[in-house]
Ligand binder design. Sequence first.
Ligand code: AMP
Ligand code: MG
Length: 329
Amino acid sequence: MVNNLRKTDPINPSEKVLDEASGIIRKGGIVAFPTETVYGLGADATNDSACLRIFEAKGRQSDNPLIVHISDFDQLSEISGGVSHAVLQRLEQVWPGPLTIVLPNRKAGKVATVGLGTVAVRMPAHKIPLEIIRRSGKPIAAPSANKSGRPSPVTAREVVEDLGDKADLVIDGGKSFFGVESTVIQIRPDDILILRPGAFNAEDVKKLFQMKVRISGMQSDSPISPGMKYRHYAPSKKLILAPDENYILEKCESGGNFAVLGSKELAAKLNCETIVLGSRYDLYEVARNLFPSFRMLDRGKFDYGIIEPFEERGIGLAIMNRIRKASEG
Ligand code: AMP
Ligand code: MG
C-alpha cells in the first residue's frame, strides 16, 4: 500500500491537501495531480534537480521536454519573454484550457526544457493544479504521470499502478475530464504547426488564430517536438488498428484470443469479447475511455487487441493519433 495518496474534491479541493502539495513543490519534491486532460506529475519548473526526479520516476528519455503549467498571465511573461500582444490576446480567450504553446524560454530550467531555448506553456483548466501553482508561487513542469511509453493515467489509481510511491504525493481528484493530453502548437511566420493533436480541437486552433494549420507528422515535417519520435501511450500487448469495421467482423467470425476495443454500435454487431469505448457519435466519451481501455487490454487474458478506427474530426484527431502511436511497431 502507498501512504502518499490524498483524496479530495476537484471542485472544492481541501485547503490542507493544496497546502501540503504546494509545500512539497516549493521544497523541490514531485506531486501527481489531476488536470482536465490527464493526470500530471509536477515539479518546480525552475528547479533542475526537482525536474530530474520526474524524468527518473517516469523513466523518461532525457531529450523529451516537459510542459510548464502556469496559473495566471503574469507568470507567462516571467516564463517567456517572447509573447506578442496578438498572441497574448488569443491565449486570453482560451486559457485556462487544454492548449499548449511553444514560446521562447526565459525562466524555465535546463532540465524541464532540455536546454532547447524554447518552453511549452499552458494554463490548466482545473482548480487543483491552478491552486498548487498559485500557492507554491512556482511554474510547474508536468508531463503525464505514467511510466514512459505507457498509456496516460486518467485516475489516481492508474498513477499509483505506474509510479507506486515514487511521487511524494498523489492527489486523487477523480477521473480527468478529457482523457487525452493537451494540444501542442507552435506559431510560425506563415502557419501554425500542431506538434501534437490533443483535447483542444485543430478546427478551433484555426478559428482562434485565423491562420493556416498544419499537423506535424502528417506531412514531411521532421520531429520538432522531441517527444514525437517515441512509441507512446501504448498497452504492453500488441494492438492492431483495423482498417474498417468489416475487418473486425471477419476476425470475430474466424475467432482467436483477442479483445476488440470499439464503440457500443460496433459491439452490438459482434459476437466476441469487446472493451466498449462509448458511442462513436460521442467522441469525447471515446477519448475519456481510450487510455483506460489500453490498460484493461493488458489486465485481461487476451493475447492482443484490435481497435476500431474513429472519425478524424474534432477530438477524433487526437484519438486516432494516440491509437496510431499505440499500434505502431
Ligand atoms: P507529455 O509527455 O505528455 O507531457 O508531452 C509533452 C509534449 O510536449 C511532448 O510531445 C514534448 O516533446 C512537447 N514539448 C515540450 N516542450 C517542447 C518544446 N520546447 N518544443 C517542442 N515541443 C515540446
Ligand atoms: Mg506523456
